[in-house]
Design a protein around this ligand. Structure first.
Ligand code: GLC
Length: 595
């Protein structure tokens, strides 16, 4: 689901609609490479995250170490060797802080501790330490937009108007009115709706005011116009930076500020799964003030050694909007802003993907793109891009896009073994509250949060055999699990491992420019990675269910020879004799070095 351009009926539908607005451009190969080369000259020594593969861990569903059916930090610790063998550079752990778990951790009641369900602070420091021994960095999730309504700040804020914490949240007297939703002759101040359904305003009798919540009502928004809020949140981040975390994934970062006048949003037409009108989000999202905070945050983390990183949850309608979160030409905001265009266009359409990949390389003022196809909020990419018949090939194809462009790669647990979205079949099984309020139109996010499939034993090795995991294990665990796939040379898991290794060791794939090839081909997406003094690499993806034959002329890139040597290919594809005739089976991939 998306949450910043936000899930309404189906966030994917909303995203697809917004993506569809942008017409694919014809790419000029020379312009692209020249522009990238200029941008590259301005970059200095490269920080660790530039070439990294970052792996998202949803701790509830990764590995249960104590048999309570919920994953935990000791469980993550026990799987570090697996993560090392996969070749990743960092893990991002979604919130593991104390929380009533209404939004499964995104409702934090204490930012400087660990939820007992997941372990202790000691477990966390041990995990950071053990990961470091394996050269794996730990990135934490930081929820700045809101706290839990059980956080002591909110409990104080909601106790009286004169409490010093009162102004830490966003309050309004509302307007006079009667009828449904009115309290003491007052109604909410405007038409804003929560992304999770219903009015975004909740009445608190003790203070005779409404507070604003972009998400669940148990997640009151902090008032970022109060400098004390910034002081407190920066201090919690220092707490973790001092304990060695490598940076933060900033949750819902475009939502920090709201319009000071609390103006009504325009209705865009249609209703959400929860029955709310779909609104513009001009007054609750992407306000200029958000950027001031990020700039100060960037300066704060820069005072720590080791290239600490700020990663933003940035669902944006186009690359130009995305660039703003990097600070544009000033490069003084996020180092990595999640690009949800390539990975969430959800259609194997060559011109759309080509356009987005190319723009990410050329329209971000040289900032580093961060592609992502999967996370804990959206149906898995294998299902969104898959056609059912060729899903294994499509999973490998998506992994190729993720891992062989210039982008930093963000992956989500389970994508490397081809885990599929498994939504609950019955309302009574739904755990995610939006799946309950939105059923059956919106089944919630349980389907992409099912436990990691480690082996083919009962409970897939996630929990002990006699345990009831918090979400059921999908049937696919029997043949899609780490153990089975590790022993199958052509598995999705081995494809990921080999691609990550290639990305790490091949100089052109690691450092080279990314030049889109054959830009008018509607069926085959291909690009060249080219680094001075190094053999160039062509990456070719057949996006159709038909065999394709394609030829390349690389003379514009200074490559006269047509000889090519296979680096990787989907099983079944033949080694081409020359770049004049590269033949591809349906949805297959070819990666070759121009000789
Ligand atoms: C982000 C998280 C999502 C959460 C929301 C509210 O979008 O990824 O899981 O529900 O923020 O914190």
């Amino acid at each position: 689901m998306h949450l910043s351009c936000k899930r309404s009926t189906s966030i994917i539908a909303v995203l697809a609609a917004s993506l569809g607005l942008a017409a694919p451009s014809m790419l000029c190969q020379r312009t692209t490479s020249t522009k990238q080369a200029e941008l590259k000259e301005t970059s200095s020594v490269e920080p660790w995250w530039k070439h990294a593969v970052i792996y998202e861990i949803y701790p509830r569903s990764f590995q249960d170490s104590n048999g309570d059916g919920v994953g935990d930090l000791k469980g993550i610790n026990s799987r570090l060797d697996y993560l090392k063998s996969l070749g990743i550079d960092a893990i991002w752990i979604t919130p593991m802080y104390p929380s009533p778990q209404v939004d499964f951790g995104y409702d934090i009641s204490n930012y400087e501790a660990v939820d007992p369900q997941y372990g202790t602070l000691n477990d966390m420091t041990r995990l950071i330490d053990h990961a470091k021994q394996r050269e794996i960095r730990v990135v934490l999730d930081m929820v700045l937009n809101h706290t839990s309504d059980q956080h002591s700040w909110f409990l104080q804020a909601a106790s009286s108007r004169t409490n010093p914490k009162h102004d830490w949240y966003v309050w309004s007297d509302g307007k006079s009115g009667t009828g449904p939703g009115s309290h003491e002759g007052r109604v909410p101040p405007n038409n804003w709706v929560s992304l999770f359904g219903g009015s975004a305003w909740e009445w608190v009798p003790a203070v005779h005011e409404y507070y604003y919540h972009e998400f669940y009502k148990q997640q009151p928004d902090l008032n970022w116009r109060n400098p004390a809020v910034e002081g407190a949140m920066f201090s919690t981040m220092r707490f973790w930076l001092d304990r060695g975390v490598a940076g933060f994934r900033l949750d819902a970062i475009p939502s920090l500020f709201e319009d000071i006048q609390l103006r009504d949003e325009a209705e865009l037409g249609g209703t959400s799964a929860q029955g709310d009108p779909i609104l513009a989000r001009n007054y609750t999202d992407n306000l200029p003030e958000d950027h001031d905070v990020i700039r100060r945050l960037r300066a704060m983390i820069a005072s720590y050694p080791g290239d600490r990183v700020l990663i933003g949850e940035t669902y944006m309608p186009n690359t130009m909007e995305l660039d703003k979160w990097y600070g544009g030409a000033a490069h003084d905001e996020l180092q990595l802003a999640m690009d949800m265009l390539v990975g969430f266009s959800s259609k194997l359409d060559a011109s759309t993907l080509r356009k987005y990949i190319d723009e990410a390389e050329t329209e971000l003022h040289g900032s580093q793109p961060l592609f992502v196809f999967n996370n804990h909020d959206n149906p898995r990419a294998i299902d969104r891009y898959g056609y059912g018949v060729h899903n294994e090939e499509i999973a490998k194809l998506l992994a190729t896009i993720l891992l062989t462009t210039q982008s930093t790669a963000l992956m989500y647990q389970g994508e490397e073994i081809g885990m599929v979205t498994t939504p609950p079949a019955r309302l009574q099984d739904v755990k995610d509250p939006i799946g309950i309020s939105g059923w059956p139109k919106e089944k919630g996010r349980d389907g992409e949060r099912t436990p990691m499939q480690w082996d083919d034993s009962a409970n897939a090795g996630f929990s002990g055999a006699n345990v009831n995991p918090w979400l059921p294990i999908p049937q696919s665990y029997k043949d899609h699990n780490v153990k089975v796939e590790a022993s199958e040379p052509n598995s999705i898991l081995n494809w990921y491992k080999q691609m990550i290794e290639l990305r790490r060791t091949n100089p052109a794939i690691r450092d080279g420019l990314n030049i889109m090839l054959n830009a008018d081909n509607p069926n085959v997406l291909s690009w060249l990675r080219q680094s001075p003094g190094q053999p160039a690499v062509v990456v070719v993806c057949n996006l159709t269910d038909q065999e394709q034959k394609i030829s390349f002329d690389l003379s514009a890139q200074g490559i006269a020879s047509k000889q090519v040597r296979t680096l990787m290919k989907t099983p079944g594809n033949v080694d081409p004799l020359s770049l004049d005739a590269v033949q591809l089976l349906p949805f297959s991939v070819y990666v070759g070095q121009a000789e």
